[in-house]
Design a protein around this ligand. Structure first.
Ligand SMILES: [Zn+2]
Length: 208
């Protein structure tokens, strides 16, 4: 069931998919394609949803947060903004107009505001974001224990990201400034994405 949707600059649609049967606060939010050149997350989520119509009610999915970037095969969105540098954190900076551009203002982008609205409306207890290519599990806030288990499933090391400034990142906004545990899985981009199905689904079983 599509719970929320937003239209992007290039008339693509961002969708939040869930079953809306829980009270606020019980959800786990799982997000793919923050960066448009990392398509694996959408593939994994859509593959799972096709097979599991009656997925656990605590799961909320945004299969593709950056559909314009996906269409253009760029890290940034259609405005050239890195969504993962555009969150309204204390340390937000606009920065250089390169692939890490933070935007002209914090939360200037539709994609960023969509996530913020979802987090504020549903108050997830855990957020998972699916990236490539570093083969690590990274967490902000209280997330070490679950990160260690996810790291075992994917066979990736776990790294706490505090101490590595990523101004305007989703991890800083949610994990550090709002104490919502947020785990970033940096998956292997060199193997066929089909090979990621098994660990991804094992992780969902673990979270459920
Ligand atoms: Zn990424």
């Amino acid at each position: 069931m599509i719970l929320e949707r937003a239209v992007t600059k290039l008339n693509n649609e961002i969708q939040l998919i869930g079953r809306r049967t829980l009270d606020k606060g019980g959800y786990i939010l799982i997000i793919g394609v923050v960066h448009g050149d990392e398509p694996q997350g959408e593939f994994l989520i859509n593959n799972y949803l096709q097979k599991n119509v009656n997925f656990p009610p605590e799961f909320l999915f945004i299969p593709c947060l950056n559909p314009d970037g996906l269409a253009n095969e760029t890290r940034t969105n259609a405005n050239g903004v890195d969504i993962n540098r555009n969150f309204p954190t204390d340390n937000w900076v606009s920065g250089e107009k390169n692939r890490y551009f933070g935007g002209d203002a914090p939360a200037s982008e539709t994609e960023t505001r969509f996530v913020i609205d979802v987090v504020e409306k549903y108050a997830p207890k855990l957020i998972i974001t699916l990236h490539t290519p570093f083969k690590i599990v990274n967490f902000d806030g209280e997330g070490r224990e679950i990160s260690e288990k996810i790291g075992e499933i994917f066979n990736y090391p776990v790294e706490e990201s505090i101490g590595y400034p990523t101004p305007g990142s989703f991890g800083t906004w949610a994990g550090i400034e709002r104490q919502i545990p947020i785990i970033t899985i940096e998956m292997d981009e060199e193997i066929p994405q089909e090979n990621l199905i098994e660990p991804f689904e094992k992780m969902l079983t673990l979270l459920h």
